[in-house]
Design a protein around this ligand. Structure first.
Ligand SMILES: Nc1ncnc2c1ncn2[C@@H]1O[C@H](COP(=O)(O)OP(=O)(O)O)[C@@H](O)[C@H]1O
Ligand SMILES: [Mg+2]
Length: 381
């Protein structure tokens, strides 16, 4: 555990917060019916957002460009005033605060940005020190905290470097150290890895997850990249045109997305949508000359079940693989396999019952025409 984490734990013991109801204790952010209208002639940018963020979680908020993500995050830290609705962060109601109260509430909320927002005229250490100086903390205490924070983000050696002398990943590490300077309850990240290359993105996400685990810091991760969510978010909320269209534990949303938008976001990561070359060949209705096409979703322990050999040995089916992939969501395997169940005959209900009993999700997504030489299927469209 880092010195900073010990420090936070000590503070928590010394200054017990007022007793919270059970529901409040579980969530660090509560958003109720949030609406934001910039231009009365245009649709609302946020329209009836209701959201709880569990304490200690990493909560991903994903949506396309223009969905309202940045507006949402700015409402959370009071930079944008909602048209209506309520927001609570920690035990503080954000909506309706005057400027002074808002300034103090913002100390509980750290924020990191896509373009880092560092002051070019200050060194790395000077940037991290800034919020501490503004808060009027004593110089000796500032020096101690800055050195702890630089150590936490692995940049002690760059204390005296200016932003222009740092790589993108190093600048974001400084951004993270600065955001943590006042020991916030929540860290808001608005596309913090969107300007970074894939390798640096991975390192920054690893750092955020490490901070989350070691300090129990709640992180809200705004992104348009599903891969960012896949790597570190425990929960995900999908927003589109200012509304929440889907949400839940990341694994569940990735395994069983409900909306077209979520499926399309996931298409580069999880094989929910079959390639056109395959879908073109499928018929909606079975005929004498077709075999069913099964899509089997393997999750958790069931991902390791020897399903294909079971289909062959128990049911005499010849599984013909059309498409398949195993992905890892937060370290848990998620496999999606699409097969033509050749020679399934009247055993289809028994097969589906058998697969369900193994904890696999199985559905018939179409029918493939048997070719004259049995064992292969041809295009019909
Ligand atoms: N200050 C503003 N004034 C007027 N319209 C804005 C303002 N900020 C954002 N918008 C509009 O709100 C919508 C959502 O923007 P934003 O919250 O930045 O979305 P995202 O971060 O998901 O890309 C966009 O249509 C954008 O043009
Ligand atoms: Mg944005």
């Amino acid at each position: 555990m880092s010195i900073l984490a010990l420090d936070l734990a000590k503070e928590a013991r010394e200054a017990p917060k007022p007793a919270l109801t059970e529901a409040q204790a579980r969530s660090v952010i509560e958003i109720e019916d949030l609406r934001k209208v910039y231009d009365p002639a245009a649709p609302a940018v946020l329209d009836g957002i209701n959201l709880s963020v569990a304490e200690g979680s990493i909560h991903g908020i994903i949506g396309r460009s223009g969905a309202g993500k940045s507006t949402l995050v700015r409402c959370l830290n009071g930079l944008v005033k909602p048209t209506s609705g309520r927001i609570r962060v920690s035990d503080q109601e954000i909506t309706g605060l005057n400027i002074a109260a808002l300034r103090s509430a913002r100390r509980r909320i750290g924020m990191i940005f896509q373009h880092f927002s560092l002051l070019s005229s200050r060194t790395a250490a000077g940037n991290v020190a800034l919020p501490l100086e503004i808060a009027g903390i004593a110089k000796s205490e500032i020096d101690r905290r800055v050195s702890e924070l630089l150590d936490l983000v692995g940049l002690s050696a760059k204390a005296n470097a200016y932003p222009a002398e740092l790589s993108g990943g190093q600048k974001q590490r400084i951004g993270i150290a600065r955001a943590l300077a006042l020991k916030p309850d929540v860290l808001l990240s608005d596309e913090a890895t969107s300007a970074l290359d894939p390798e640096t993105t991975e390192q920054i996400l690893d750092l955020l997850r490490d901070i989350n685990r070691r300090m129990g810091l709640t992180i809200v991760l705004i992104t348009h990249e599903m891969d960012v969510v896949r790597r570190i978010a425990d929960h995900v909320t999908v927003i589109e045109a200012g509304r929440i269209i889907e949400g839940g534990p990341t694994f569940d949303v990735f395994a069983f997305p409900e909306t077209v938008t979520a499926k399309s976001f996931l298409s580069s990561i999880v094989a929910h949508e079959l390639p056109q070359e395959v879908t073109r060949t499928l018929l909606a209705v079975p005929t004498e000359a077709t075999d069913p096409v099964l899509r089997i979703i393997f999750t958790g322990d069931a991902a390791h079940a020897p399903v294909l050999s079971d289909l062959v040995t128990r049911f005499g089916i010849r599984p013909n693989i059309l498409h398949g992939r195993v992905d890892y969501i937060g370290g848990k395997p998620l496999g999606i396999l699409t097969i033509v169940a050749e020679a399934i005959g009247d055993k289809q209900p028994a097969v589906i019952t058998y697969l369900s009993a193994l904890g696999l999700h199985c559905e018939v997504i179409g029918h493939a025409v048997r070719s004259v030489s049995a064992g292969s299927h041809r295009a019909t469209a």
